[in-house]
Design a protein around this ligand. Structure first.
Ligand SMILES: *Cc1c(COP(=O)(O)O)cnc(C)c1O
Length: 411
């Protein structure tokens, strides 16, 4: 045992030891599977005992390009050898290039770089309010934002203020006012909720956390029309759905609809560090003036260098194509399991929410059984599993994972 000033400093000798350390010293705001990961590459991770697993979660889409993609690691390492942080008090030689390349990729005009996804959503909320007060003429302090039931936009006080998940809210009030909730997928309800004070509508193009819920055909076109008729901004939260997960750069591209503002995150950091951004039109993002918003780490040189490498990968189109092709195969095979342990399959591209049929295992039990078979997946809600392998996964590995799912969902 190594000690320093009488304190235990040795690393545990077993997986149980690491889990016990987490239990003792980290807050209990997660309930992880009992797997302790030590190494990872591509679509696979290895635990501290040397057991290999297929990653079927991809860090909730933060690992769209797999673990330690060589081009992303190279970009990070190169930048680590030059300059890592300047603060926004000064310019650096990566920020403008990152913003231009990301804007061109997403067909937008301006980029507000932040770090976590929740910060991007917070920033979009602030910008929409400012725009409503300054440009639309909504009396100051009265702007409203319409959101959908079962949304997931992050964990800050303001964001949980408009969550409909009691576990995410209970005990955390008082909440931020100014949000109106309507059912997801119901354009008429949304239209009816618009008032002269409505600044924006904030929606996920596909609701990931809710179980990979794809809206009815034509929903976003109707939402876009309603927004246009009433001078309301459409904000698409693409933090989980964007950057090739569904087979396109933006999931909203499937709907043939453009948003005024998009929030991006997760995969934008290449699975290396948190990088998020609000991207959109100059007419909206242009309302921010010096001193009105900011972030010490937002747009830092390493984040920008990695973000630029992510954009370069997306510019090849390869990952969008992989998602579309492997996704078609995934959905065909999963749909074949309906009536054989599955009740429902939803999703788009290499991304699926699957409901285990009544009489089968709980989502948690299925995740634990899958881990035993060497596949890492996570339940969302009682009986739903979210399947989101890295887009670099081989077809053979994808089939191995689906075989394991077919096995564990049997009643
Ligand atoms: C994950 C997620 C967020 C929050 O991102 P964090 O980086 O965890 O703060 C926001 N919106 C959506 C749709 C997400 O999936």
């Amino acid at each position: 045992m190594t000690t320093f000033a009488g304190r235990e400093t040795a690393a545990p000798a077993s997986a149980d030891g690491f889990i016990a350390l987490d239990e003792r010293w980290s807050t209990h705001n997660y309930h992880p599977l009992p797997v302790v990961i030590a190494e990872a590459e591509g679509a696979r991770v290895t635990d501290v005992d040397g057991k290999s697993y297929l990653d079927f979660l991809s860090g909730y889409s933060a690992l769209n390009f797999g673990h330690r993609h060589p081009a992303l690691i190279a970009a990070a390492v190169e930048q680590l050898g030059r300059v890592t942080l300047t603060s926004r008090a000064f310019h650096h030689d990566q920020l403008g290039l990152f913003c231009r390349e990301l804007a061109e990729l997403t067909g937008t005009e301006m980029v507000l770089p932040m770090n976590s996804g929740a910060e991007a959503v917070e920033s979009a909320v602030k910008v929409a309010r400012k725009w409503a007060h300054q440009v639309k003429g909504v009396p100051d302090g009265t702007a409203e934002i319409i959101v959908a039931g079962s949304n997931f936009h992050g964990r800050t006080t303001t964001i949980v203020s408009f969550s409909t998940d009691e576990t995410a809210r209970a005990g955390f009030g008082p909440f931020t006012p100014g949000f109106v909730t309507v059912p997801y997928g119901d354009a008429e309800a949304l239209r009816a909720a618009i008032t002269p004070r409505t600044a924006a509508v904030l929606l996920e193009p596909v609701q990931g956390e809710a179980g990979v819920v794809v809206p009815p055909h034509g929903y976003f076109a109707d939402v876009r029309s309603a927004c246009d008729e009433h001078g309301v901004l459409l904000i698409a939260d693409e933090i989980q759905s964007g950057l090739a997960r569904t087979g396109t750069v933006l999931a909203l591209d499937h709907e043939g609809v453009r948003a005024d503002v998009y929030t991006l995150g997760k995969a934008l950091g290449g699975g290396i560090l948190p990088v998020s951004a609000v991207v959109g039109s100059r007419a909206v993002l242009g309302v921010l003036q010096p001193g009105e918003h900011g972030s010490t780490f937002g747009g830092n040189p390493v984040a920008c260098a990695v973000g630029r490498a992510v954009v370069r990968l997306l510019n090849t189109g390869e990952y969008q194509q992989r998602s579309a092709e492997l996704g078609a195969h995934l959905h065909e095979r999963l749909t074949g399991l309906i009536g054989h342990g599955l009740a429902e399959v939803r999703g788009r591209g290499l991304w699926a929410g699957i409901d285990i049929a009544p009489g089968g295992p709980s989502g948690r039990a299925a995740s634990e059984a899958l881990a035993g078979l060497g596949v890492l997946c996570k339940e969302t809600h009682e009986n739903t599993l979210r399947v989101a392998p890295p887009l670099v996964i081989s077809r053979e590995d994808l089939d191995l994972g689906i075989d394991a799912i077919a096995k564990v969902i049997q009643p």
